[in-house]
Write a protein that binds this ligand. Structure first.
Ligand code: DC
Length: 216
């Protein structure tokens, strides 16, 4: 039997899980899937077609067409696409279609790091390691502001914060697969932790799991 190794990373927008996922995938030579991009791809299709975000059959069609190998981060990373993604992500049938694709990805050897909102709870409940990465809404808003300013943009801290709070409420409050830590997830609060420290903490947790697996 070919064995795979799965690292599930969940948490709210802007907590640093994407960067952490990339570092871990590089370090452990695993495949990487940012599952947020799959919801963004569905939202982007609807926006492009000028369709409402609650058009279930159009969203299902767009979800079936999502090709994990062709997710274009440059196009999908726009802020408006993230907002729209959070809205299409409440549709249960869309989630089922995307979750099937995400599970198939996770099962492909040698395994994967997946980051999102429901990886440890729904997509990969048997993941070898589950991390829940969080940070206060204020810290996440400040990081986003710094990011925007670092590329020469301008933004208003209070508006960003309100946006983050609204997105958290939608992602944590939906009926189907709400954002929450799995019972067996390790919590990493990055409010006062640099990404390097979060990486080292995650590495210690993962190395421990790998050592126990090799002993078995
Ligand atoms: O991580 P992100 O900002 O790219 O995600 C965009 C939206 O997609 C997020 O607000 C909620 C949704 N999402 C989800 O419901 N489940 C996931 N596993 C990943 C993202």
């Amino acid at each position: 039997m070919t064995s795979t190794f799965t690292i599930a990373i969940d948490g709210p927008a802007g907590a640093g899980k994407g960067t952490l996922a990339r570092r871990l995938a590089d370090h452990y030579r695993l495949n990487l899937l940012d599952t947020g991009l799959t919801y963004r791809a569905v939202a982007h299709s609807l926006l492009r077609l000028g369709l409402p975000l609650d058009n279930v059959s159009a969203a299902e069609t767009a979800a079936r067409q999502v090709d994990l190998a062709k997710l274009d981060r440059a196009v999908l990373s726009a802020h408006a696409v993230g907002e729209a993604a959070s809205k299409v992500a409440v549709i249960p049938s869309v989630r089922r279609i995307l979750v099937d694709k995400q599970r198939a990805f996770a099962k492909t050897p040698p395994g994967a790091v997946l980051d999102g909102r429901d990886i440890g709870t729904v997509v990969c409940p048997d993941a070898d390691v589950k991390l829940y990465v969080t940070a206060s809404a204020e810290v996440r808003a400040k990081r986003r502001l710094d990011e925007i300013e670092s590329i020469g943009g301008t933004a208003n801290f209070d508006e960003i914060l309100a946006d983050i709070v609204r997105r958290d409420e939608r992602d944590m409050g939906r009926m189907d697969s709400p954002l929450k830590p799995a019972a067996d997830a390790h919590l990493l609060d990055t409010s006062e932790m640099a990404i390097e420290a979060a990486f080292l903490a995650a590495q210690a947790i993962i190395d421990d799991v790998l050592a126990k697996r090799n002993e078995a």
